[in-house]
Design a protein around this ligand. Structure first.
Ligand code: TEU
Length: 657
């Protein structure tokens, strides 16, 4: 057990009304996150409510600071969320709580998007034998656990997130024998496997849905939301969230594509079927799950219409009725009890829209819900959304990370990631010109491997892969991009619509893994299902494996350093120079061992602040080729030569002090 600092904040349960003071709402974990989310979306500062004058104002005052007309629906939804929550646990009173060491806190995870990772059978689509052939590469990199995006039988409308049969491997990816071999090979290398668990919805081709549609007598009818009338909710993939089935004159709810039908978690039989399926995979020996949009599984009874203000602000109507639904905690506790706990399975929830304090309610050690969650609030800066064309300012990341590191507390544990299969590459968001590609890739890696939390790498990140140079809409494969393009074309010129898709498309992360400069990127001998753009000629694993200065080698060194350094895993973290723009400085320390991390978040040279805690160890650092003693504690730097008293573009250094 490791001692940690205490976090305390008193929080009194009560009923909230329009007259409640903003600061009281802000003390409620849900109020805190929702208000912050609104401020973030509206591009306003988070400090606003902490201002004593504003904090003393009633909730109805939000109207004015948000600068837009909030309808009654908004207030009703917010108050309902606050009052519904029987979470009277104060997650911030975890005084004297300690970190419990666990494998997944020490591990480095690596996400594989199987379709794009490695094609073993030469059909242009990645597969399980392909993954097996690359396990040594991953082991050498230092990866401890893989998270595989879905490999189950699927019609492929959303690349496998539309599951037809949970207990069958999709033939494109291989067979169950291939799967068993993958698991054996992983375990033989002392690595773990985390599967994607997609239980908010199934494919419309799943036999439950087919049965549900057949007759009102079917046991499966109530497994889904099939109703006579739709409501006003919209889909994440454009248009209404309802599809009409003329056979029975019914409307079916799909928050995602028309072929991804939402499951009704109110139905106990459905829940038991799901737990049984989960246990079946755990019996096989899988080590845990990443739970797809798991915070959406509990929908408000009766599926009331969504509020238009919230719909406009968030881009999706209805979201307030399911992003943190009334039974979410009950369901998670039940999954844990019925399926995960008996197998000591690991769980990380994908939880779009959940902020820090609600995240804590989902992951606190005492809650028995999730081990970790993915928050997404760091992926776009304040006031921006994924399809906006803008450059990401890393100072925003600094403020986000300071907030989480200081307030998430040690009874919850943070996941750390920049890239995944749903987002453009972080490198490209920060530096559109890619002028400092290598340095930036390495600096981001340095931050990710030295913060307190568990790093999740996404395939290709370790090579510094960047966004793709897509030229026309036919280059895109993703259902979200294609639907959104059509929707945008109705509102604006095609060229403009294209630029938005180019800014935000998920396909940037889904092009073939760049193994080599060969045609097909060394990913496939055939024509890949989605094209690369030639970047593989300069950026690929083959070249980088032979280059000790490559991004890949840097990742390997960093992961090795993290592994052998308890201070970088369990150590406390402390930020200095918090207000200093463009520079990030923090220390990690444990039992007398201290590491100092200094990063330049900008592409301009920055003077090192004079009062860095250990300024004397920075003196006289001349050459990285000097011996460790001469280097006075410099452990890693993303520039090869000469250490100067200023930081070059995106320069990052790790010192042992
Ligand atoms: O993503 C859920 C999600 O909300 C987003 O990341 C989503 O891709 C995007 O924001 C839509 O606007 C998960 C999966 O990661 C994603 O690949 C799936 O498409 C989705 O769920 C449905 O299963």
């Amino acid at each position: 057990m490791i001692e940690t600092r205490a976090f305390e904040r008193s929080w009194e349960p009560k009923m909230y009304t329009l007259k409640s003071k903003l600061r009281d709402l802000y003390r409620h974990p849900v109020g805190y996150d929702v208000i912050n989310k609104i401020l973030l979306q509206a591009g306003l500062s988070k400090g606003l409510i902490e201002n004593p004058v504003i904090g003393a104002l009633p909730l109805s005052f939000l109207n004015r600071i948000a600068g837009k007309k909030l309808g009654n629906g908004f207030f009703d939804a917010l108050l309902a969320l606050l009052n519904q929550s029987n979470d009277r646990l104060d997650p911030y009173s975890s005084k004297d709580k300690k970190i419990t060491p666990t494998w997944w806190k020490e591990a480095v995870f690596y996400q594989i998007y199987p379709r794009s990772f490695m094609d073993g059978n030469g059909d242009g689509v990645g597969d399980l034998p392909g993954i097996i052939s690359k396990l040594d590469y991953l082991k050498e990199l230092g990866v401890d656990a893989l998270w595989l995006s879905p490999i189950y039988d699927s019609p492929g409308d959303d690349n496998g997130y539309d599951i037809r049969d949970y207990q069958k491997i999709d033939s494109q990816f291989g067979t169950m024998e291939d799967f068993d071999l993958l698991l054996t090979e992983l375990h033989a290398r002392n690595m773990r496997l985390v599967m994607d668990l997609v239980v908010n919805h199934t494919s419309d081709e799943h036999h439950w849905f087919k049965e549900a549609l057949k007759s009102s007598e079917s046991t499966y009818r109530d497994y889904y939301f099939l109703r006579k009338e739709p409501n006003n909710w919209t889909s994440f993939f454009s248009g209404s969230a309802w599809n009409h089935y003329p056979e029975e004159d019914l409307w079916g709810l799909h928050l995602f594509s028309k072929k991804q039908m939402d499951l009704n978690w109110e139905n106990p039989k459905l829940r038991q079927d799901i737990y049984q399926m989960i246990r079946w995979w755990l019996e096989k020996g899988v080590d845990g799950f990443r739970l797809d949009v798991i915070n959406y599984i509990s929908k408000e009874t009766g599926l009331p219409d969504g509020d238009s203000f919230i719909g406009n602000l968030m881009g999706f109507t209805g979201i307030e009725h399911y992003f943190y639904g009334p039974k979410l905690h009950n369901h998670l506790q039940e999954i844990q009890k019925e399926a995960f706990t008996p197998y000591q399975a690991f769980s990380v929830g994908e939880t779009p829209g959940i902020g820090m304090k609600m995240g804590k309610l989902l992951t606190d050690d005492s809650r028995g819900e999730l081990n970790m969650m993915f928050s997404f609030d760091h992926l776009e800066t304040s006031g921006h959304a994924r399809f906006d064309q803008y450059e990401y300012d890393l100072n925003y990341y600094k403020s986000y990370i300071m907030d989480w590191m200081e307030n998430f507390a040690d009874t919850s544990w943070m996941s750390l990631f920049y890239d995944n299969h749903d987002n453009p590459r972080m490198l490209s968001k920060v530096d559109h010109t890619h002028t400092h590609r290598q340095e930036l890739a390495k600096m981001l890696a340095m931050i990710q491997m030295t913060l307190k939390g568990t790093p999740f790498l996404y395939q290709g990140q370790e090579l510094g892969m960047i966004n793709k140079d897509f030229h026309e809409i036919s280059n895109f494969r993703d259902v979200e991009s294609i639907n959104k393009y059509k929707e945008l074309c109705e509102k604006m010129p095609k060229e403009e619509a294209f630029l938005q898709i180019l800014a935000g498309s998920r396909d940037h992360a889904r092009t073939p893994m760049q193994w080599s400069a060969k045609p097909g990127c060394g990913f496939s001998n055939a024509v890949p299902w989605i094209d690369s753009d030639g970047d593989e000629l300069v950026c690929n694993a083959e070249i980088q494996m032979q280059d000790s200065e490559s991004v890949l080698s840097f990742y390997r060194d960093l992961i090795a350093l993290r592994r052998k350094t308890p201070a970088l895993i369990y150590g406390d973290i402390e930020f200095t120079h918090k207000k200093r723009k463009d520079i990030l400085i923090y220390t990690r320390y444990l039992e007398g061992e201290t590491y100092l991390i200094i990063c330049n978040l900008s592409n301009d040279e920055q003077k090192l602040p004079g009062n860095v805690p250990v300024s004397e160890s920075l003196e006289g650092l001349e050459s990285l080729s000097a011996s460790a003693d001469e280097r006075k504690g410099l452990v890693l730097c993303n520039y090869p030569a000469k250490v100067m008293k200023s930081l070059r573009a995106y320069e990052g250094r790790v010192y042992r002090i």
